[in-house]
Write a protein that binds this ligand. Structure first.
Ligand code: ZN
Length: 201
């Protein structure tokens, strides 16, 4: 059996402070410490676009950085005062932006429950795909997501992936009907047990 190859300095990895070395860092103030030194065991997959279905702006980053111009679009009006974040955003072209260290608690899941365990933000890493419930995601986004998931799983004791709609059913619909879980499962090469909400037929 071959020994695992030590990561080279240039291989993307999560650094000692919880930041992905290859991501664009956009540190958000919207985070807090994980309670009781909780370690992340869950990855939550989302979609987001602001305004919905418009992929041409930097509004997601502005939203997570509390710098969104709420007068710039009618949809932004109701987001006034909302403080949210995710650890990662994967843009349409596959570029990865990171807003919160994986060691900290980002504010992406809201009221949520994973098989009875509530407050999923405490023990999860949130990954937002720039997208919507209405259009397919890009190939480059699946590639980036699968690579990111593999990197995160190497570093943290993750044992499951879920959609936001899986942990907040009735309240959330993302990542939506176009998200291809089988493709992620295949590309990430993770065992079926990591996908407890998917059927494995
Ligand atoms: Zn979501």
């Amino acid at each position: 059996m071959n020994a695992p190859r030590a990561p080279g300095r240039r291989d993307p990895h999560i650094d000692g402070d919880g930041w992905l070395t290859s991501a664009t860092r956009l540190p958000s103030p919207n985070f807090e410490a994980r309670p009781d030194r909780a370690v992340p065991t869950l990855i939550v997959v989302h979609n987001i676009s602001l305004p919905p279905d418009d992929f041409s702006t930097d509004s997601i980053a502005r939203f997570f950085l509390n710098t969104l111009d709420h007068d710039a679009h009618p949809y932004f009006d109701h987001l006034r005062g909302t403080r949210v974040s995710a650890h990662f955003v994967i843009r349409r072209g596959g570029a990865i932006e990171q807003f919160v260290s994986c060691d900290e608690r980002a504010w992406h899941a809201g009221v949520s429950s994973f098989f009875g365990r509530e407050r999923c933000n405490d023990f999860s890493i949130g990954i937002e795909l720039e997208g919507s419930d209405h259009v397919p995601f890009e190939d480059a986004q699946y590639d980036a997501l699968a690579a990111l998931v593999r990197i995160v799983v190497k570093r943290y004791p993750i044992d499951a992936l879920a959609g936001h709609s899986d942990i907040a059913p009735g309240r959330k619909t993302d990542p939506g009907p176009h998200f291809d879980w089988q493709r992620l499962r295949h590309e990430s090469a993770l065992p079926p047990s990591f996908f407890p909400f998917q059927s494995h037929d």
